[in-house]
Design a protein around this ligand. Structure first.
Ligand SMILES: Cc1ncc(C[n+]2csc(CCOP(=O)(O)OP(=O)(O)O)c2C)c(N)n1
Ligand SMILES: [Mg+2]
Length: 566
């Protein structure tokens, strides 16, 4: 209840959220923070409260909101069980460099450290998962913590912040008028001009340069600047895992992405390149083929220019010839202003890289009635280029990543963290943030069941999303690893699924099952014209194990290898 002689910690907190421009928060309620829910009741016209069905769903939605908007996605959950459920979204925000703030209701201060009901030390629990994890013990300091949380989430390498809120702190009244502080804003971190000179000088000496873009803090302008810089210098541009929407894939400079298991042709180009211009990504396990395509610390025969916003990342694994501690967007803007290199020697190399990429776009034959590659081609023929594609983790994503040409920044919502269960909640967050855009969620049968309950959230808020479930009756990715290492010994990867069509109908969706590629386009049209969300179940053959191999082929080659004692 509000007290006109002062404000509660919870009211201050909600006022600070409004000051920071927050217009939507995601939650699963808990008795530990009902004072915040009450304060939100007074701010309904400014801040929309989205109530979810599981904290994993809520945290993923907040993470997706942060990805989409560049401002921290906000999630409220309760102590122990709520926070542990929500931790998946914090991990994804950390790995994906997404601004996000998770608020956790906590036991009252007078119970602290007694292992009160559901009490966990969240500073310790989230220490390796968040950029900053703290607890607000004094309601008068709420504005200070909130400002720092927003600033931290967006500055340098963006990421998640976790703030624990003791229950009694939230209801304590702070007398008098409290200064709520300033709205936070990312602080630009630019490169020194001489570093840009040096980068251009190194580039001028190269024969086979390759740009790798990615990482957090990207912007639409960064994509435009990158296209301008790369086109002017005829440079081939790749992107790191699930950063495919950083520049329009139709641009001739775009030559593919380092997915989980990069296209062999792209891996070969990485091996052949003599200069890497790394603009934003970390050069992590996925981009480097498990640190084999690029051997740390100084890949032989390669000059490495590495721009990253966090100086702690530079030199961590790879010791670049030219490390630049600056935001990729700033570095690219400056590079784009420099005069073009005259007569670059790598023209043919760049064209060959693009030709490799274009060849990979053509769907290959697949066993079974539904060819997922051709389904993605149907999607791209039917849907607007600005459709937001949301996915989680699993082999099914291989076809999406390969055959959907991303058109502009933030048409892709997918976890670099490789977390399953992301595609459904991300689509809910995307449709809420962008009601005029079409939103498609693609999940495997395994992935879908991890957060499929958020179909109820989509229904509750009247959202019209297309959910595609690729049902191969297994945790296919793990089955693939099994067949590679322990052939013909399936264990723990087969799934008996519910009837997805009936399940979706129970959530109020239009729903259909598709068992032949040729039936998909018409099913998609019916789904798009339905008045509600729609689910299309694609029944795929477990033999269609990945974009590159059938189950039988992989098993046979593994058995053969075993026989040869390799
Ligand atoms: C939350 C989470 N749990 C487990 C894993 C390990 N994992 C990666 S892919 C995968 C199977 C995905 O299955 P499905 O969604 O059906 O896609 P498929 O590989 O069959 O196409 C599993 C279990 C993970 N990445 N994330
Ligand atoms: Mg599956």
């Amino acid at each position: 209840m509000s007290d006109r002689s002062g404000q509660t910690g919870a009211q201050l907190l909600v006022d600070c959220l409004a000051l920071q421009g927050v217009d939507r928060v995601f939650c699963v309620p808990g008795e530990s923070y009902i004072a915040v829910l009450d304060a939100l009741h007074d701010k309904k016209s400014e801040i929309e409260l989205i109530v979810c069905r599981q904290e994993g769903g809520a945290a993923n939605m907040a993470e997706a909101h942060g990805k989409l908007t560049g401002r921290p996605g906000i999630c409220f959950v309760t102590r122990g069980p709520g926070a542990t459920n929500a931790s998946i979204g914090v991990h994804t925000a950390f790995q994906d460099s997404t601004p996000m703030i998770l608020f956790i209701g906590q036991v009252g201060r007078s119970f602290a450290d007694r292992e009160g009901f559901q009490e966990v030390d969240f500073r310790a629990m989230f220490a390796p998962l968040a950029k900053w994890a703290a607890q607000i013990d004094d309601p008068a300091r709420v504005p200070e913590y909130l400002h720092r949380a927003f600033q931290t989430a967006m500055s340098g390498r963006p990421g998640p912040v976790v703030l624990a809120l003791p229950e009694d702190m939230l209801s304590e009244i702070v007398a008098g008028k409290v200064d709520l502080g300033r709205p936070a804003a990312p602080i630009p971190a630019a490169a020194r001009p001489d570093q840009i000179d040096e980068a251009m000088a190194l580039l001028a000496k190269a024969k086979r340069p390759l740009v790798i873009a990615g990482g957090g803090g990207w912007t639409k302008k960064a994509g435009r600047d990158l296209v301008a810089f790369a086109s002017r210098n005829q440079l081939p541009v790749t992107v790191s895992l699930r950063c495919q929407d950083y520049l329009p894939n139709s641009e001739p400079c775009f030559v593919g992405h380092f997915g989980i298991g990069a296209e062999p042709s792209l891996a070969k180009r990485l091996a052949e390149a003599d200069l890497l211009l790394v603009l934003g990504p970390r050069l992590g396990e996925m981009t480097t083929g498990g640190y084999t395509l690029l051997a740390p610390p100084r890949p032989a025969g390669k000059t490495v220019v590495h721009a990253h916003p966090d100086p702690n990342e530079l030199g961590r694994v790879y010791q670049a010839d030219l490390p630049i501690s600056a935001a990729a967007s700033e570095v690219i803007a400056t590079l784009a202003d420099r005069p073009a290199i005259t007569d670059p020697t790598w023209r043919e190399w760049a064209m060959a890289c693009r030709a490799d990429y274009e060849a990979s776009l053509v769907p290959t034959p697949q066993p079974g009635g539904v060819n997922l590659g051709e389904v993605i081609v149907s999607l791209r023929e039917a849907l607007p280029a600005k459709t937001i594609m949301c996915s989680g983790a699993g082999n099914y994503t291989g076809w999406l990543h390969r055959h959907w040409p991303f058109s502009e920044y933030r048409t892709q919502l997918a976890p670099t963290s490789g977390a399953m269960g992301y595609g459904v909640p991300a689509a809910v967050a995307a449709k809420l943030a962008c009601p005029d855009r079409e939103v498609v969620s693609i999940s495997g049968d395994g992935c879908f069941m991890m957060n499929g309950q958020e179909l109820a959230t989509a229904a509750q808020y009247g959202l019209k999303i297309i959910f595609i479930v690729v049902n191969n009756g297994m945790y296919g990715t793990i089955r693939m690893h099994q067949e590679r290492h322990y052939p013909a010994r399936e264990s723990g990867t087969a799934l008996v699924n519910p009837d997805f069509v009936t399940l979706a109908k129970a959530y109020g969706c239009h729903a259909e099952r598709v068992e032949a590629t040729g039936d998909f386009a018409a099913a998609l049209e019916r789904a798009r014209s339905a008045g509600t969300s729609a689910l299309i179940e694609l029944v795929t053959d477990p033999e269609a194990l990945s974009i590159r191999s059938t189950l039988a082929k992989l098993r046979d080659s593994s058995l053969q290898r075993q026989e040869q004692g390799a």
